[in-house]
Design a protein around this ligand. Structure first.
Ligand code: AMP
Ligand code: MG
Length: 415
């Protein structure tokens, strides 16, 4: 048996960066940037007013009220034409460029609000007050975003603020998903005796999408060599990576390994020291100049998902060029005794709860590799190294987070 680390290392050694493509900002959310974005504009582009009010010379103001002669009204989007001379002021709106001569803005609330003739200004203004300086946020030449960043809404806004319409991002990997098994049928068909619906196509498609890829349904193949070879060949031709589920154990009808061999995919078959998810087949199909990794995942629904999360997801992230391809890990206090059988790295499905500022974890119940209900409830996977028998209540365990949306609240949580 090899360790999860070793399996991961061997898979990551095969990573080839996906090519970049240009996409409009509207399609760039969540994508991985393939270029550095450097500022070509100062932001703000000019000294401008942070308030609706009056641009003045601070020296003209005093503790008492003064009357200043109005020059002009400067709206946002307009360029001031009059220099603010001593004894004068220009009405100015938020974001409008500061006129020459002025060194402070008095907000409209501290004036009589006049728009013509003279304006009454109350109180002493400090030089520089309510002025946003050119380049205060961004200087031309600043590195704004780096290749490998995952683009969020603020990053898209930042790119747009520099006039960018498109960004270079790494192509999303197309990942084909092929389930195997005489008993496995897609939802929508009637079940014959002995059959069950494939859950793996659906959960793997969700995992692929969430990891930033494009799932391609390769359907289901019976436990028949010719049929499996046919489906697998189609998948390899279409996709950047192929996932099969089932048929990689040592059962009599487990034809996936032979199908790899028949397609000339040099196969590493590993018994990985992990629970769930022990059997994993891995090989790289070479087609023309393309190198397509093929992952033979176990059939049990939870094994299949955990194997994806630990091995396939990092491959996808690395191929897209993210700098952090692994799931987040937090420390949590075991709320009760958690027993695991020693021998393999154990991924125990747990819920997490905030207990006065500390994470606290509970097992989600039946940890069988076939039990999806306990995976649905899971917020994370508690990690118990090979040799560990679990944790006693109160001990600290490390937990990989599955999906941070469990942190969403049913109340606003505001002070
Ligand atoms: P196998 O790895 O082919 O021996 O399958 C192990 C277990 O997973 C068996 O109980 C299968 O019925 C089940 N299984 C295999 N493929 C799927 C699938 N696509 N959806 C749900 N269960 C599956
Ligand atoms: Mg099978």
């Amino acid at each position: 048996m090899i360790t999860v680390r070793e399996a991961l290392d061997r898979v990551l050694r095969e990573v080839v960066a996906l090519p970049a493509e240009e996409v409009p900002l509207s399609a760039a959310l969540g994508r991985v940037l393939a270029e550095d974005v450097t500022a070509v504009l100062d932001v703000p582009r000019w000294d401008n007013s942070a308030m609706d009010g009056y641009a003045v010379r601070a020296a003209d103001t005093s503790e008492d009220e003064v009357a200043l002669v109005l020059n002009e009204v400067i709206g946002a989007g307009y360029v001031p034409v009059v220099r603010v001379a001593s004894g004068t002021a220009s009405a100015i709106m938020t974001g409008a460029p500061m006129p020459e001569g002025a060194d402070a803005v008095v907000m409209v609330e501290d004036t009589d609000g006049s728009q013509e003739g003279t304006v009454q200004i109350r109180g002493k203004a400090t030089p520089g007050v309510h002025i946003r300086r050119r380049g205060e946020d961004i200087h031309t030449g600043d590195l704004l975003l780096s290749a490998g960043d995952r683009l969020g809404p603020a990053a898209l806004g930042l790119a747009a603020s520099q006039g960018r319409e498109v960004l270079s991002v790494s192509r999303r990997p197309v990942v084909a998903i092929l389930s195997t098994g005489d008993e496995v049928v897609p939802p929508g068909q009637p079940l014959q005796p002995g059959q069950l619906y494939s859950s793996n196509n659906a959960s793997l498609a969700g995992l692929v999408t969430r990891a930033g890829g494009v799932p391609l349904d390769g359907g289901t193949a019976p436990d028949d060599l010719a049929a499996t070879v046919g489906r697998l060949e189609w998948c390899i031709a279409q996709a950047d990576a192929v996932l099969t589920s089932g048929g990689v154990s040592v059962g009599e009808f487990d034809v996936v390994k032979q199908a790899f061999a028949d397609l000339g995919v040099p196969l590493d078959f590993w018994r990985v020291k992990m629970k769930p998810g022990k059997p994993l087949a891995f090989g790289v199909a070479v087609q023309g100049g393309r190198r397509v990794p093929v992952f033979g995942l176990p059939g049990n629904p939870v094994s299949c998902m955990v194997n994806f999360l630990e091995i396939v997801r990092p491959w996808m992230h690395a191929a897209m060029g993210t700098r952090k391809p692994f799931l987040p890990v937090v420390e949590a206090i075991a709320a009760e005794d958690i027993h695991v059988s020693p021998g393999r790295l154990d991924f125990t499905r747990v819920t997490l709860e905030d207990d006065k500022g500390r994470w606290c974890c509970h097992s989600t119940g039946n940890q069988s590799s076939a039990v999806l209900t306990s995976m649905v409830r899971a917020h994370g996977l508690a990690l118990f190294p090979p040799g560990s028998e679990g944790a006693r209540a109160g001990e600290v365990v490390r937990v990989q987070l599955l999906d941070p949306s469990f942190l969403d609240r049913d109340d606003p949580g505001l002070p």
